[in-house]
Design a protein around this ligand. Sequence first.
Ligand code: ADP
Ligand code: MG
Length: 425
Amino acid sequence: SNDFDQLKYKTLKHFWGYDSFRDSQEEVINSIINEKDTLVLLPTGAGKSLCYQLPALFREGVCLVISPLLALMKDQVNQLKFRGIEAEYLSSELDDYDAEVIYNRCKDGLTKLLYISPERITNKQFLQNIEEIQLSFIAVDEAHCISEWGQDFRPSYQNIKEFRKNNPEIPCLALTATATPKVLEEIKIKLELKNPKIFQKSFKRENIRIFTEEVSDKFQRVFDILKYNHSSGIIYVRTRKEAELLTEFLHKNQLKNVDYFHAGLTTKEKNAKQNLWNTSNNYVLISTNAFGMGIDKDNVRFVLHYSPAPSLENYYQEIGRAGRDGQDSFAYLLWNKQEIINFEQILKNQIPNKSEFLKIITYLYSIFQVAEYELPEKVFQLNINGIQNFTKLSIAKIKNVLNFLHNQEIIYYNDNKSLSSLELL
Ligand code: ADP
Ligand code: MG
């Protein structure tokens, strides 16, 4: 109703000082207030905490928040208290007396949010006390920790299932930034979410068209792309030297609206270059990953990866700097046979170390354009856990893919076609 909507906004302003909700927040809040099991998949930084903190104030009883890290709990509880909201956390650091005080405040309906670790949910003292506490709903933060396929698997998250069974009438809100179908399915099953409402924001930016291209002469190809360009862009290279050499080459070929940027510059130089780029509509910076933090330019029309990023997270963060204004934008990735050969060499002689492994997988995944983290993490995790069979299997598969790429004629993908190639992995 209208009154309720108004109250929500008033509460948001009063306790948080915000004027509006972000994408999906309001819908999630409505869903949980209507006692529906709810699953929220939003990227890190999207504002998932508010999705349970605010509705906790609107419901009778205590919202039980399950969180994987004590540091996170402390941080959130401090923030809530600072905002004037009654919140507490339980940890083994507290003595019996302190815990007792907290339980009593919950029983009296004073505390609105109680944070606990997944381990505590089987604790006898906790279970005894909770019987006398009215719970409004359960919020499971970082819900992907329940998935055995994820990098952050926490066996104790399995405990939540039993608790849900014993308290079937209490609605559950699960939140995560991991959006792979397998993990999602596992969350639904293990948390026993009943016909959950699912809120998911695409991690892929629809207005960015992605091209990956195999080229033998990258300098020449960059020149060809830039020749007809009249827009703002970023070219990512991996070393300072590369940034400078590529800039020099382009300048020699009469392309003047480009410059290099890296951490070796003085603050003054950096500011000058960034300023010029910021205020121009057709300037291109060739940069190491020193350039990016805090970029706040709407009309970046393209991001070109001269070399692949060191991890998929970096890669998506970097291409995500294009097209913030929602206009059509492009991401190019250039790769070549020599890079493939180098990786093949590494795999031939030894089992790669952690960072090499991540690099190879990122490389392949950015070529094939899979906007998912699932497989790399899975393979990666198996590798660092040292499960030899799986490691060998994974590397064998990677070798297959490398071999496939090695033997291809020039490949040119755009985002529509690439998925079929994935069968190889
Ligand atoms: P997530 O858990 O999704 O990673 P957080 O809940 O930690 O994200 O929130 C990230 C940041 O966004 C926090 O600083 C939070 O205060 C801010 N934030 C959340 N919702 C809003 C909003 N509606 N308006 C402005 N800032 C918000
Ligand atoms: Mg969070």
